[in-house]
Design a protein around this ligand. Structure first.
Ligand code: HEC
Length: 272
């Protein structure tokens, strides 16, 4: 299993970070949590600041189009993504498709929380996402393939938890999964539950990394109006020796989806 230090810092990320310095911070950001995201808490840990610098949330995006995303993270203790100090596999983008119009939920939201949900924190911090992705297979099977194959009964969760802890081979192909003896049985069950729940969500995707390209879904059969909610998160490492002092920084934006504006049907085309 690749260790924390084994991941070379991709130069492309540095280049991209330099490119995006010209971007202005979203000004309408709402602070969703009291006290904002930047203050130090009682443990002395400062929460990370996460920013989705791409895509452009001010335009309407077309069905089936592709967009590039880029995320920056700065954290007083852990460092800055621009300098390769943040592990890309620990930066997650959650993309959710929702039908209809977003109502008043269009403006970006920033928040800082105490923690991830239990399974997600383990997934993020245990290098699982170096080998697994949510909806596509990498070295290991995708979350959706795992959910489709086994369902989500308690028996399944317990068995998958044991396989994560003890390692697994032969169920999916010729490559084995290493054991994770440092995770407790409870932790492996939490992460197994997260994987099958997330894998079953057909209109919600989790991506790891500071940048990437995402293809928007095809136009749905209904009235063709919908939106994507993008939420980038990073869970910091807390302060040295301070168990349980991690904090999570979060930034959400909304992408309006729809057909390009078409002229009303009763307007005659201009005469030649
Ligand atoms: C080095 C790559 C690698 C890492 C790291 C890794 N996995 Fe896997 N994982 C695999 C492979 C390969 C398989 C398929 C094994 C098989 O065929 O039985 C697999 C299978 C699985 C399965 C399905 C097991 C089954 O019984 O079918 C689950 C669930 C899973 N991994 C979760 C995790 C979690 C959670 C982590 C992090 C704690 C993780 N994996 C880390 C490569 C990896």
């Amino acid at each position: 299993m690749p260790g924390r230090a084994a991941r070379p810092f991709p130069l492309a990320v540095a280049a991209l970070a330099v490119m995006v310095i010209g971007y202005s911070r979203p000004t309408a950001d709402r602070q969703a949590s009291a006290g904002g995201q930047s203050g130090r808490d009682a443990s002395g840990n400062t929460a990370p600041v996460v920013t989705i610098v791409q895509p452009d949330a001010s335009r309407t995006w077309q069905w089936s189009a592709q967009f590039r995303y880029a995320i920056t993270v700065t954290d007083k203790e852990d460092g800055d993504s621009a300098f390769g100090e943040i592990m890309p596999s620990e930066v997650l983008l959650d993309v959710e498709y929702l039908p209809g119009t977003p109502g008043d939920g269009l403006e970006p939201v920033r928040s800082a929380a105490r923690a991830d949900e239990p399974g997600l924190a383990i997934l993020r911090k245990s290098a699982c996402l170096n080998c697994h992705a949510d909806k596509t297979s990498l070295v290991g099977p995708s979350f959706s393939a795992i959910a489709d194959k086994y369902g989500d009964s308690e028996e399944t969760i317990a068995r998958l938890g044991r396989h994560i802890r003890n390692g697994s081979s032969g169920s999916w192909g010729s490559l084995p999964m290493p054991a994770h003896p440092n995770l407790s049985p409870q932790q492996t069950q939490d992460v197994a539950r997260y994987i099958v729940e997330q894998g079953r969500r057909r209109h919600r995707w989790i991506y790891a990394g500071l940048e990437g390209v995402i293809r928007i879904i095809d136009r749905p059969d209904d009235d063709g109006v919908g939106f994507y909610r993008l939420t980038a998160t990073y869970l910091d490492n807390g302060v040295a020796g301070g168990e349980g002092t991690s904090r999570r920084g979060e930034h959400s934006i909304t992408l309006r989806l729809g057909d390009p504006a078409t002229p009303p049907r009763d307007v005659a085309p201009p005469a030649e």
